[in-house]
Design a protein around this ligand. Sequence first.
Ligand SMILES: [Zn+2]
Length: 204
Amino acid sequence: MAYPEPLEALVAAFERFPGIGRRSAERLAFHVLRDPEARLLAAAIARALDETRRCSVCANISATDPCPICADPARDAGLVCVVEEPRHVEAFERSGAFRGRYHVLFGALNPADGTEERHLTTARLVARVAAGGIREVVLATDPDAEGEATALLVLEALDKLAEPRPIVSRIARGAPAGAALEYLHRGVLEDALTLRRPVRRRPG
Ligand SMILES: [Zn+2]
């Protein structure tokens, strides 16, 4: 027996989300139908889509362009921390340990989920660095296999730039391998930044 078409459409919409299978999508759809506040969710989704954009400098999600961090003259514009996701910016900001600016890649290289270089904002980062004024790029992708592959990708892209090139550093591995950045204790994040090390460039 099929669901009424509007309900089927709602299930299909939930199924589009990452990690949500048919069963979970059905459960969420029935929850929405029972929840008197569900229209607030619909309104919140519409508002988030209408009132956020990507910062033209760092690519992060923001209500303004440039975002508050890129617009803040007190932040060090010469120091750029490259992260996978907006939630990683939030993690660094919560720690208060970083006073530079960011670049958000929006993902990491991942053969399993099909994320390739063209899905990331690497080219925007390279253009930003090529425009000058950046003395150090800190690679702060996750310390897992996808994050390491992505850090290497960014390093190689920056290495193609003409001199003078910025220093490229990688956050130190003070964290357990496989840990997600946003769950790390403040002190661990601080250590990871303080103990960052230069990335060895390939000769030639
Ligand atoms: Zn920005």
